[in-house]
Design a protein around this ligand. Structure first.
Ligand SMILES: Nc1ncnc2c1ncn2[C@@H]1O[C@H](COP(=O)(O)OP(=O)(O)O)[C@@H](O)[C@H]1O
Ligand SMILES: [Mg+2]
Length: 363
């Protein structure tokens, strides 16, 4: 325990180590080569349930079928690509699938415009390379290389942000299932169990549209925004509770009422219409994702714990809403004001204190 006390963010396999152990102990189904759990146990880990007296908390809340397809994909020679709007749990699902299947979610490549082919394959310690020529000791393996060697899963975050030449380096890896190192006259074959889970934001598409050849190597799964208000409220409440516990925030968890209000506002601004479909609303420039709602409320708890009453007040929510919604001062401030006047103000007494606080904050 003390070993983990000062770590800011634990990887899923450590955070949920007890759950994974319980599932392992109970698991009677056959485990695919290289897997530490059967596909069915992985499904329980992700969607929740019980194993040997231990509660397995749901990690991904949404369509169970989607999770089944994701797991089944990793049993084939196809890699898995999760796409969706920002904040739809692409990274979270990818981390947890990897944690459950291999107990190691740390082999990650973060895709950026600057990601190079070497970061996908291997590179060299140049001092050693110059001194002694190419050797095993001078070889620096990429996370994908290490996953191939150990039959593990490598994660590739935001793959569509990489230049297309770099993305294409993956084609040979995914089709041949080997990395060749001409300098050492060697081919490194992938162990059974090797796969890749990549994520991409639909908002980024078109920046570097992925080639058809690469897309064919992936099973593409779209993660939707939460289908309804209740589901989204549930996701937000659950995650805020977990994150607050992790950061040891000394404030009361937000009332269900507060969560419901934030999620209602987000859903209405996101969809451009009030929940009762009666009134059109204008949307702001930024993305109001579930993840934004979660961080708004955890920030609210941090504020309340440090400088407030210890529980989230309308002022704390108003500050968070202002920050999340008004990203571009000129445009969004007007959009938010319109929403406050045309929608929130008319909702009556339950919304009055939040309305006033937001009104004041938005100047
Ligand atoms: N359907 C969902 N089930 C569980 N958690 C979710 C869901 N949607 C969003 N979240 C939460 O939102 C947060 C951010 O998700 P993240 O994986 O970073 O989003 P993305 O990678 O899609 O941008 C995570 O804490 C995650 O738990
Ligand atoms: Mg992500």
């Amino acid at each position: 325990m003390s070993e983990t006390n000062n770590v800011l963010r634990l990887p899923a396999e450590r955070l949920y180590a007890a759950e994974i152990e319980a599932l392992k102990a109970e698991d009677r189904d056959p485990r695919p080569a290289g897997w530490q759990l059967s596909p069915r146990a992985v499904l329980t880990y992700i969607t929740g349930g019980r194993a040997g007296g231990v509660d397995i908390t749901p990690k991904y809340i949404g369509h169970r079928r989607l999770v089944e397809i994701a797991i089944a994909t990793l049993l084939t020679d196809r890699a898995l690509l999760l796409i969706g709007e920002p904040g739809t749990a692409k990274s979270w699902l990818s981390e947890n699938l990897t944690a459950a299947i291999h107990g190691d979610s740390s082999k990650v490549i973060q895709g950026t415009a600057g990601t190079s082919e070497e970061q996908i394959r291997y590179s060299w310690n140049y001092a050693m390379l110059l001194a002694n020529g190419p050797s095993d000791a001078a070889l620096i393996k990429s996370p994908i290389y290490r996953a191939m060697e150990s039959g593990g899963i490598a994660r590739f975050e935001e793959i569509s942000r990489c230049a297309s030449e770099v993305q294409d380096a993956l084609i040979s890896i995914l089709s041949e299932k080997t990395i060749s190192i001409p300098e050492l006259a060697r081919e490194v074959p992938a162990e059974r169990g090797f796969s890749i889970i990549a994520t991409a934001n639909t908002r980024d598409r078109g920046v570097n549209d992925m080639s058809a050849a690469l897309k064919r190597r992936f099973n593409i799964l779209v993660l939707p925004s939460p289908a309804d208000l209740e589901t989204e409220v549930e996701i937000v409440r659950k995650r805020v509770g977990e994150i607050a516990a992790n950061y040891e925030l000394k404030a009361a968890l937000p009332e269900e009422e507060a969560v419901r209000k934030v999620v209602t506002i987000f859903r209405e601004l996101r969809s451009g219409v009030t929940l009762d479909s009666k009134e059109k609303v204008k949307g702001p420039s930024g993305v109001l994702s579930t993840a934004e709602a979660i961080s708004l409320l955890t920030n609210g708890m941090a504020l309340a714990a440090s400088f407030g009453s210890g529980s989230i007040e309308p002022e704390d929510l108003a500050a968070g809403l202002q920050g999340a919604i008004v990203k571009d001062e000129d445009k969004d401030s007007g959009v938010w004001k319109e929403y406050l006047e045309n929608v929130m103000k008319k909702r009556g007494s339950e919304w009055r204190s939040l309305y006033s606080a937001c009104r004041e904050m938005n100047g």
